[in-house]
Ligand binder design. Structure first.
Ligand code: MN
Length: 130
């Protein structure tokens, strides 16, 4: 058994996130494990840029009110207890709803090679507003 060291909370980079978003790494598996789990805290109105995950991603909302959208689909509101899976390669974004904080667990795996996540454009206010 091993208690893992708590890493300092880090601010999510402005190139990939709009607004204030803070990341806590819960686990980053050592090979052969490829598990990745972060707690992600979004301030009201904050969201990540369009992106897609090589091996998909599962989100589990623990607090607040959030929004998620897959490219070409409607924006969906998410809240505590909701679990959402985005399949490998699906472009999407997620974040807090206007006027509300949102916290989710983000769970994904690194691919055997290549980048875990491909990033696109920031989500504009127009896109965010629906
Ligand atoms: Mn994602």
């Amino acid at each position: 058994m091993e208690f893992l060291n708590k890493q300092p909370t880090v601010k999510a980079p402005a190139e990939r996130f709009t607004g204030d978003v803070w990341l806590d790494v819960v686990v980053k598996g050592e090979p052969p494990s490829r598990i990745r789990v972060n707690v992600v805290r979004f301030a009201p109105g904050a969201r990540n840029a369009w992106h897609r995950h090589a091996v998909g991603q599962t989100l589990h909302v623990t607090e607040g009110r959030g929004l998620i959208q897959a490219r070409g689909e409607e924006i969906v509101e998410i809240g505590p207890g909701d679990t959402v899976h985005t399949p490998p390669g699906e472009w999407h974004w997620h974040g807090a709803a206007p006027g509300h904080f949102m916290t989710h667990l983000a769970m994904w795996e690194a691919p055997e090679d290549g980048p875990e996540t491909e990033w696109g454009d920031l989500v504009t206010d127009e896109e965010y507003g629906g």
